[in-house]
Each structure stands twice: as structure tokens, then as C-alpha cells.
Design a protein around this ligand. Structure first.
Ligand SMILES: Nc1ncnc2c1ncn2[C@@H]1O[C@H](COP(=O)(O)OP(=O)(O)OP(=O)(O)O)[C@@H](O)[C@H]1O
Ligand SMILES: [Mg+2]
Length: 293
């Protein structure tokens, strides 16, 4: 269960049982450390929003949650079982309990929208053609797309339609945990809010937990039961936590931490100077003229 009109999220949330636990997770690619000692737990029915500026490791964290990237240290547990201990078939079965809404919708270009949404049903269930047709049509209706969109290919859709088709596909197997990576990026404010409303509506399904990675403060305020904010490791001291905020949306607005305030207000502070300093400190890039776009 999650927030309803009768039981707003800010009042005693009925959460407690962890569905997903990220335990002291660190991820390193070659010499670049991206995540350091991250611990997060997502309760049954909870919607957790992860904020953080570009490049701080949000997508890498989501991919660890689903076992697409392996941690360098630490572990991820689903209902108490470590993803690292699961064999291929177990992991595949587990993934049917997840819905993943990718940063770029990630639909199969050569398939129609109908076949994209039907894909997980054909792959993982033995239900009849008729039932698949019914489920796909009801999913299209749920995300506000007409049945005729089912006949089109992804390239024929607008960005907002593609995002909603991606959400319909993620919902096909009736997942227990839905992971969203930047669900509103690139959408106009109205379509962004349509997507926010959908995330909220889906989160109200009994027993559904959601993790929403976003830069969009409107999304965070609208859908979050709880928010955490990650900070880029290169800008932290060795003993500082990479999770610079954890709390409710109301607590985020009251935070006195300048890193949190800058993000919430969309204020660059000294970031441009830092980025320029980082560039000129790279050997060979001193005073050369560049043509970055
Ligand atoms: N497979 C990989 N191999 C090597 N480096 C990677 C890999 N995946 C991500 N990285 C690096 O990890 C860092 C974090 O990337 P990530 O995609 O998680 O950022 P993000 O917070 O999702 O950013 P954005 O908001 O722009 O999507 C980046 O420096 C990226 O280059
Ligand atoms: Mg990302």
C-alpha cells in the first residue's frame, strides 16, 4: 500500500518491511570510483526518489539494483537474498518482478508498440493470444494511449508517447518493484506532469514499490514518500557520505545543506568555475582553443 487521499505519505507511512536493500555498495570502473559505501533500503509499497546531478552515478545505482552491473564491494538483496548469489535462471525470474523504465524508453525499434508491450508477456508467460491482446490494450488505456498507437513503430511516436509506451511495457508483468530512470527528461511541463501522475497512480497499486531517479524537482515533490540525494564523489572528502540528504520532500525543502539547496533551487554556485578549472588542469588542454558544443 502507499499514499492515498486518506493516508497522506507525510503521515505515518505503513512502510517497514524491506523489499530491496542496497548494503554498503561501492562501484568502480577501472580507476574511476563512481559509488562509495551506499546503503539504501526500499520498503514494500514505498516510492523512493533518488536525486543528484548528472554523472553522480544514479543510473549505475539503478543497474546494480537489478543486477545489470555488479558491485565492486557490498551487495544488493531482494527480499533478503543477495543478487550476487543468484544463478542465471533465478536472476531472470527475479527480473520478471521488476519493471524498468529506461532513460531512453529503450523500445525495440523494429517492433510495433503492441509487440513491444506484448514482448515480456510472450517471453515469460504462457497466456493465450487473446489474453495478451486484452492486457496490452488495457495497458495502453492505462497510460493514456489509443489502441491505434499499438500499430505504430517507436520512431513514429512523440517523446511523451514513447515514454508512456515504455511504462506500459514495464507494467506488463505486473511488477512488484518499478525502477524509473529520468522518466520526464526531454518532455514539456504538461507531459512531464502526465508522466508524474502515472508514476503516482502506479505506485498506488497494492504492494508496488518504486525507485525514481530524476533531476526533476516537480517529479520528486509529486511522487516521493522519501528522497535521497547523491553527490558526485570527486567533490567529496574521503570521509564524507555520498548520500548528502535522506528524508521526506518537506524535509528537503527545509534542508540547510548548501549542496542540497543549490540542487533544489537549480543554482550553479561555483560549478562553472570548478568545471573550467578541471578542464585546464588536464595536461595538454591548458590554453588551447577548443570547440566544444
Ligand atoms: N559501464 C561503464 N563503464 C565505465 N564507466 C561507466 C559505466 N557506466 C557508467 N560509467 C561512468 O560512471 C559515472 C556515472 O554514470 P551514470 O550514468 O550513473 O550517471 P548519472 O548520475 O545517471 O548521470 P545522468 O544524470 O547524466 O544520467 C560516469 O562518469 C560514467 O561515465
Ligand atoms: Mg543516468
Amino acid at each position: 500500500m502507499t499514499a492515498t487521499a486518506e493516508s497522506p505519505a507525510a503521515a505515518a507511512p505503513p512502510f517497514g518491511i524491506p523489499l530491496l536493500e542496497v548494503d554498503r555498495l561501492s562501484v568502480q570502473f577501472g580507476r574511476q570510483q563512481v559509488l562509495r559505501d551506499i546503503s539504501i533500503s526500499v520498503s514494500l509499497g514505498e516510492t523512493l526518489v533518488i536525486l543528484g546531478e548528472s554523472g553522480c552515478g544514479k543510473t549505475v545505482l539503478l543497474k546494480n539494483m537489478i543486477g545489470l552491473v555488479r558491485p565492486t564491494r557490498g551487495e544488493v538483496r531482494f527480499e533478503g537474498t543477495s543478487l550476487a548469489s543468484m544463478r542465471g535462471r533465478e536472476l531472470a525470474r527475479l527480473r520478471t518482478r521488476y519493471g524498468f523504465v529506461f532513460q531512453q524508453a529503450a523500445l525495440f525499434d523494429s517492433l510495433t508498440i503492441f509487440d513491444n508491450i506484448a514482448f515480456p508477456l510472450r517471453e515469460h508467460t504462457r497466456i493465450s493470444r487473446e489474453e495478451i491482446r486484452e492486457i496490452v490494450h488495457s495497458l495502453l488505456a492505462e497510460v493514456g494511449l489509443p489502441e491505434s498507437v499499438g500499430l505504430k513503430k517507436p520512431a513514429e511516436l512523440s517523446g511523451g508517447m514513447r515514454k508512456r509506451a515504455g511504462l506500459a511495457r514495464a507494467l506488463a508483468l505486473d511488477p512488484q518493484l518499478i525502477l524509473y530512470d529520468e522518466p520526464t527528461t526531454g518532455l514539456d511541463p504538461i507531459m512531464s506532469d502526465v508522466v508524474n501522475e502515472l508514476i503516482l497512480k502506479v505506485s498506488e497499486r497494492p504492494g508496488v514499490s518504486s525507485v525514481v531517479v530524476t533531476h526533476d524537482m516537480n517529479t520528486a515533490r509529486k511522487v516521493a514518500d522519501r528522497i535521497i540525494m547523491l553527490y558526485p564523489l570527486p567533490r567529496l572528502a574521503a570521509d564524507e557520505s555520498q548520500i548528502v540528504f535522506s528524508g521526506t520532500p518537506a524535509e528537503l525543502d527545509q534542508s540547510r545543506d548548501s549542496r542540497v539547496q543549490q540542487f533544489v533551487e537549480g543554482n550553479a554556485g561555483t560549478r562553472l568555475m570548478e568545471l573550467q578549472d578541471a578542464r585546464t588542469s588536464v595536461p595538454g588542454s591548458g590554453n588551447e582553443e577548443t570547440n566544444d558544443t
